[in-house]
Design a protein around this ligand. Structure first.
Ligand SMILES: [Zn+2]
Length: 102
């Protein structure tokens, strides 16, 4: 079963990206993770800052993880908002305490 990440493409609006097609890039410092996806409709690159909660949720969904390679990109779109966090919470609703996996 493939989990879908709901995010916003600047061209297509709300899109669903299979978690297999997303990568969590983890920075050197806590709270510095970015979820990198590609729009399934137009192929545009989508980058969203993932806070600690989001990163945990994404890891639970089986997202691939990579470290920062090269200089940090200068343009990162707005942080994932509360509605998206809520969607992830629904996805992982069967897991009451994600942190126990850490
Ligand atoms: Zn798009």
């Amino acid at each position: 079963m493939s989990s879908l990440l709901t995010t916003t493409c600047t061209v297509c609006g709300s899109v669903e990206v299979p978690v297999e097609r997303a990568v969590l890039r983890v920075g050197a410092e806590a709270g510095d993770s970015v979820c990198v996806m590609r729009c399934p409709d137009c192929g545009r690159r989508i980058e969203r800052v993932a806070n600690e909660l989001m990163a945990d949720a994404l890891l639970l969904l089986g997202i691939s993880v990579s470290s920062w390679a090269g200089p940090r990109p200068t343009e990162v779109s707005a942080p994932i908002d509360g509605a998206e966090v809520e969607q992830f919470r629904q996805i992982i609703g069967h897991e009451p305490d994600p942190l126990r996996w850490l």
